[in-house]
Write a protein that binds this ligand. Structure first.
Ligand code: AMP
Length: 283
């Protein structure tokens, strides 16, 4: 497996693969990889001939008060893991090469990126879409895989690719969870034992809301309330937002017709965790 921070080496490699007729699958990440990320790499390996994983802790998607400096970095282990599930190359660009002197472009997707995480992390999605546009331009993948855990990110990227007619297919992968239901996240490493224990209530709250829907409740304020009720007694959890939205547009839904995405952000101590569930009729 090739590991490189060189944009030229990666773009030459991809060019060569394309000439040889290989399809390219791409998995952009910020590293500190866990089984959730690896499931994306496996999906890419099943759907394409050559898989590239990027590991880049993108400064432009972190706010001034956020965890850019302490974000976990485990490059050596990450490379071993992705190689074991079929990656052909790992691209680890430096910030100075992604954003060289004179870099002046911001890709900004309006509307869809403004609520939920966008409302509480101003500029976050501009950072995500800009870096993804740059990475897509370097790798020129046939497909790129994104996790449904970051549901708004997925919707924003799909919108960007559609609006800009970028020649890449965006594939959504399911959320991988710990045995107690907590969504896997690189930030779970920050949790104390007590925070980690209470964090499992996030999934329990999402499921409780979904169960309420299955019993016939269609009023989204009741679904949101059910989530809050489930987590509010936990002393270390603090709900940042609970919202019910259309999964494609992220527009607020108040009454469920066919399906609704219940999306939440919860602080466990100082660690911000996000999760969601697509609520729809069981057939
Ligand atoms: P990150 O390194 O956090 O930027 O995530 C890189 C990619 O992995 C994104 O597409 C995430 O949605 C995806 N991802 C992160 N956690 C999970 C998870 N628990 N299950 C599935 N995909 C995930």
């Amino acid at each position: 497996m090739i590991i490189t921070d060189s944009e030229k080496q990666i773009s030459d490699l991809c060019e060569e693969w394309r000439k040889e007729g290989f399809s390219i699958g791409f998995v952009p990440t910020m590293g500190a990889l866990h089984d959730g990320h690896l499931s994306l790499v496996k999906a890419a390996a099943e759907a394409s001939d050559k898989v590239i994983v990027s590991i880049f802790v993108n400064p432009s998607q972190f706010g001034a008060e956020e965890d850019l400096d302490k974000y976990p970095r485990t490059l050596e282990k990450d490379c071993t893991l992705v190689e074991s599930v079929g990656a052909c190359a790992v691209f680890t660009p430096l910030s100075s090469s992604v954003y060289p002197d004179g870099f002046s472009t911001t890709v900004s997707v309006s509307g869809i990126s403004e609520g939920l995480c966008g409302a509480v992390r101003p500029g976050h999605f501009d950072g995500v879409t800009t870096v993804c546009a740059v990475l897509f331009g370097i790798v020129k993948p046939d497909i790129a895989i994104f996790g449904k855990k970051d549901a708004q990110q997925l919707a924003v990227i799909k919108r960007m690719v559609s609006d800009l007619r970028l020649p890449v297919e965006i594939v959504a992968a399911p959320i991988l969870r710990e045995p107690d239901g907590l969504a896997m996240s690189s930030r779970n490493k920050y949790l104390s034992v007590d925070e980690r224990e209470q964090a499992s209530l996030i999934r329990i709250g999402l499921t409780a809301a979904s169960n309420l829907f299955q019993k016939g409740e269609r009023n989204c304020s009741e679904l949101r309330k059910m989530f809050r009720l489930t987590v509010e007694d936990a002393s270390l959890l603090n709900v940042q937002y609970v919202d019910t939205v259309d999964p494609d547009t992220m527009v607020r839904v108040e009454k469920v017709q066919n399906s609704v995405l219940l999306a939440v952000a919860v602080f466990a101590g100082k660690t911000r965790l996000i999760d969601n569930i697509l609520i729809k009729s069981e057939v």
